[in-house]
Design a protein around this ligand. Structure first.
Ligand code: GAP
Length: 437
């Protein structure tokens, strides 16, 4: 795991928040490559969960909502609270359900009785800080979808079954955040809420679970590193009728990366009751009236990014190139899927002290930039630059050499096979497009 966190920092994927001030608990910043990777994950998810379907639409609801939403959803009551114990000696707090022993892991002290601790982050909307202006940063994005159920259905003339997708920030005052970006206090969720008739809920649950697993596999996650775990009835969240976690085998063990939930009619019936708005659906064909059931798919952008990083990370002992006998240090290869990888194409002049080569390489870089996420790199030897690009997952590397000046062609090197091919500059864009398709 240390190797992944160190690569994440070294190559500009992920930094500790407020690092120069000693860091800020369980918050992380996504660096230049991290933000590209994140955007690529979100793009792929959005296409998969919105654009590729006739009956799923998008939404971008605000983070701050009426506090009544959180009363109706059950988040302000015991439903969204962890049981915490406090060490009597060092006063560190721990989630009771995650403790392996009944002694404080930090100092060996004994614990207080467990108390419920709500995870919602409080804030104030208005000039006075009092009860009337108290509201919360949303703890899950889906509530913005439920309160817009009527708006979206009516404005888009939708009929059940249909889905609403959203990507956005969520906040939880997690008490035991750990394992790098696995559990953070600020995170992004990608959630799709599928509204359907109660009779069809079980069928759609199976359908969406399968779809979500295939998304991870399609993006390169190894089959042996994914599994599903059914949540036992007694451990189901207050809203859930059924829940299956999609788990990834992280270096610190099998952990949830996504939840697929049958939320029954909990959400719409409760929002109907608390808001006084009629959220019952009338099916004109069957003449039935019901609160739609909701099948939810919910994953964290950061958590899935972490799984993609872990899965793509490889260390090649003795180096990747076998053309030399000399023993080399282990080299890192980040074999991210081409759709996800932050930099698609690197442009590398063979040497940096030949102005004609550099000029040509810069020209190619400018030509490709509008269509591909490119990086220009001229520092260090060509071998070191290939290694740097492999380490950050760059899919293709173009080398501009002396032959380029004579023949107007370049070599294109593929990251995974290290195979190189000469391509005429006039054919380069088409060639790259085909490779990256
Ligand atoms: N709307 C349902 C819901 O929020 P959840 O199981 O609490 O369900 C769903 O969260 C997903 O959101 C998780 O599988 C995880 O990927 C992500 N997630 C939840 N809490 C997180 C945290 N503190 N840090 C990072 N990701 C988190």
């Amino acid at each position: 795991m240390d190797k992944i966190t160190s690569l994440a920092k070294r190559r500009g994927f992920i930094f500790q928040s407020s690092e120069i001030y000693g860091g800020f608990g369980s918050c992380y910043d996504f660096g230049p490559l991290g933000v590209e990777l994140k955007n690529n994950i979100k793009k792929s998810w959005w296409e998969e969960m919105t654009r590729f379907h006739d009956n799923i639409v998008g939404l971008d609801a605000s983070i701050l909502m009426s506090p009544k939403v959180w009363e109706a959803s059950g988040h302000l009551t015991a439903g969204f609270a962890d049981e915490l114990v406090e060490c009597k000696k060092c006063h560190h707090r721990f989630r009771k359900d995650l403790l392996e022993k009944d002694k404080c892991p930090d100092c060996g002290g004994v614990f207080t009785e467990a108390k419920k601790f709500n995870l919602m982050m409080k804030t104030f909307a208005g000039s006075v800080e009092d009860k009337a202006t108290t509201t919360y940063l949303r703890a899950e994005t889906c509530q913005g979808i439920y309160v817009n159920f009527l708006n979206v259905m009516q404005s888009m003339r939708l009929k059940i079954p249909f889905g609403i997708s959203q990507i956005g920030k969520a906040f939880r005052n997690e008490i035991t955040p750990k394992d790098f970006i696995f559990r953070t206090r600020e995170f992004e969720q990608m959630e799709m809420q599928w509204f359907c008739s109660p009779k069809e809920a079980d069928k759609f649950f199976e359908y969406w679970l399968k779809e979500r697993i295939s998304w991870y596999l399609k993006l390169g996650i190894k089959k042996e590193n994914l599994r599903t775990e059914e949540t036992p009835k007694e451990k189901l969240a207050h809203y859930a009728k059924r829940a299956v976690d999609i788990e990834y085998k992280f270096p610190f063990g099998w952990k949830e990366i996504e939840g697929v939930h049958n939320r029954s009619d909990w959400d719409l019936s409760n929002h109907s009751k608390h808001s006084g708005q009629d959220l019952v659906y009338f099916d004109k064909e069957t003449k039935e009236k019901y609160f739609p059931y909701i099948i939810e798919t919910s994953t964290g952008v950061g958590r899935s990014l972490f799984a993609f990083l872990c899965d793509a990370y490889q260390e090649v002992k003795g180096g990747r190139t076998q053309t030399t006998e000399a023993t080399k240090d282990a080299e890192v290869l980040l074999s991210l899927h081409k759709d996800l990888t932050p930099v698609k194409v690197a442009v590398l002049p063979l040497v940096k002290n030949k102005p004609k080569l550099v000029e040509k390489a810069r020209k190619i870089f400018q030509m490709l930039k509008p269509d591909f996420t490119c990086q220009y790199d001229e520092t260090d030897s060509i071998g070191r630059r290939y290694r740097r690009q492999d380490e950050q997952g760059t899919f293709l590397a173009i080398t501009v050499d002396f032959e380029t000046l004579e023949k107007d062609d370049v070599t294109v090197r593929e990251r995974d096979t290290m195979k190189q091919k000469r391509i005429k500059i006039k054919d380069l864009e088409l060639y790259l497009k085909e490779k990256l398709q």
